[in-house]
Design a protein around this ligand. Structure first.
Ligand code: ZN
Length: 333
């Protein structure tokens, strides 16, 4: 009884207490069926129904403009962002956003839209899903690794383990490691990403309603910026901006760091984004925005797939609980 009362009131109370802090939500992929790597479109619609009723869904550019000018944000401001630019955004998410008239920013990997680039983690996923092997001893980044491939869950775990190791490598070493993984697993990567891993096309991007959808840059090829050399870093950050502006028109002045965890975003990456002239850049972790956030490392809230968890996160329940914990710890000393 008490627990359900706390559960029922925690959301609205947290929302009221943290309402002045904007939330930038982060999404990636969408589907119409069960898939652990994607959000079901029915659940996404419930997110949108909840957000449009209880929050104000605003454009990232408008929120950044207000923050730059020191204007206060509207209470309960939420911004929607979707990373990478997969085809499933066009099939599932875009129609839902249109129905709810909810604006969003889509961060595009510019060369991905050409149709012949595999995002590196998808290439690994494809190989681990397609291989006939049920286990394999491999080397990733010079370290031995025993892969259990005996079930779907085991393959998912192998994907995470291999991915974690590959994140730490330079782009060249990562590409070499992926090629030797393909050889070890006896899987040949198709020239172009297959349907499950495909990007939206340039035509689809151009035809989207720009009153609803803004585009931002997510680099040219989705490298780990903290593992890039200086020339590669500058190219990924600048060239993607110019290419997207050329192909889509308008100004591209928002950026999302690939991977976006603290280890993936170093000071050089932030400096590269700043010198390329972006108005703001978002990372992949964090909570509601501070009153004066660092616009080159704006925090984002990953959108949970469980509806109750989603409501709790977006209302700021954990954020508030962490604050209370920090206050109590500070008071104890
Ligand atoms: Zn990404």
């Amino acid at each position: 009884m008490i627990i359900s009362l706390v559960k029922a009131t925690a959301g609205p109370v947290a929302r009221a207490l943290t309402g002045s802090a904007a939330r930038v939500l982060m999404y990636h992929r969408f589907s119409d069926g069960p898939d652990s790597r994607k959000l079901s479109v029915r659940l996404f619609e419930r997110h949108l129904e909840y957000l449009t009723r209880r929050f104000r869904v605003r454009r990232l550019g408008d929120v950044v403009a207000a923050l730059r000018e020191g204007r206060p944000l509207e209470d309960r401001t939420v911004v929607l962002t979707i990373d990478d630019g997969y085809a499933d955004f066009v099939t599932y998410a875009y129609p839902a956003l249109s129905r709810y008239e909810a604006p969003a920013t889509v961060f595009l990997v510019s060369r991905f839209l050409d149709g012949d680039l595999w995002l590196w983690f998808d290439a690994v996923h494809y190989m681990l899903t397609r291989t006939a092997a049920t286990s394999r001893d491999v080397y990733v980044g010079g370290e031995p690794l025993r892969l259990d491939l005996s079930s779907r869950d085991a393959r998912d775990r192998a994907w995470s383990t291999v991915g974690e190791r590959l994140l730490r490598l330079s782009t060249g070493d990562r590409a070499a490691a992926i090629a030797s993984l393909g050889a070890a697993l006896d899987v040949c990567l198709p020239q172009r990403p297959t349907e499950n891993y495909a990007a939206m096309t340039w035509d689809q991007a151009t035809q989207m309603d720009r009153a609803l959808i803004d585009f931002g840059s997510h680099t040219c090829t989705h490298p780990v910026l903290s593992r890039c050399g200086a020339a590669e870093l500058a190219y990924e950050v600048r060239e993607s901006r110019q290419l997207l502006a050329r192909r889509l028109g308008g100004v591209i002045d928002t950026f999302a760091y690939p991977h976006g965890e603290p280890a993936d975003v170093d000071a050089r990456a932030v400096e590269a984004v700043k010198s390329a002239g972006y108005a703001c850049a978002v990372v992949a972790v964090g909570g509601p925005l501070a009153r004066r956030p660092d616009l080159l490392q704006m925090e984002r809230v990953p959108a949970a797939t469980d509806l109750e968890q989603f409501r709790s996160t977006v209302n700021g329940v954990e954020f508030l609980a962490n604050k209370v914990r920090a206050w109590r710890q500070a008071a104890a000393f």
